[in-house]
Design a binder for this molecule. Sequence first.
Ligand SMILES: [Zn+2]
Length: 227
Amino acid sequence: MKVFQSSAVKMRLIGGQLCLDFVNTVDGRSSYSTRGNSPSANNVLGDKLGNYSDLVEWGQHAGIITVLESRRLIEEGRRKATEAQKVFERAIALREALYRIFKAMLTGKTPRSVDLDIVNDELQRARRNERLTRAGDGFMWEWVGPVAALDRMLWSIAHSGAEYLTAGDLSRLRECGGEECGWLFEDTSKNRSRQWCHMQDCGNLEKVRRFRARQRRVSKRKRSALL
Ligand SMILES: [Zn+2]
């Protein structure tokens, strides 16, 4: 019987790209910089991935592995705990490298080569497991690596990150404007005006915050008028 389900399987997939949704498995990134810690240093503050099983479950939630593959990988991960832990650490390293690269693109900075190296390493591993194959009248890439390979979720994520960086429209990359959110997404709106990861979450919170700030200003003005 399953007694615990990772919060990663409940998160909204709003990034528009697999690699962005993966980066968004951390909530409140804006707070990390101010509090001086990082999700890879200590697993606190809204990190939805705490162990290898979380990673597998997220992979299923994101649609990169099937239910059957997910069960098999969790089983395999239990049998090979040390190996699974290493894959988990690689996943977090990849996630944080992607985040820093995207953040650099957002702020007009040059991404660090050490972060590109991390993505390249994972991409090379992924490439070894893919094959060009026929699909109807055309062709497609197919994963042909072992079904029980513990790192198979990382193949799709590395692939998505590289595809987005080389062929995506990075001028549409955005960071949610919500206070202490920090989720990334691709703004596909016609007039490039999307501000929030999700209107019902950060959009509404921001509206409430602005409303309260306005009320505070009004009551302050009233108080000073009475003095
Ligand atoms: Zn947000």
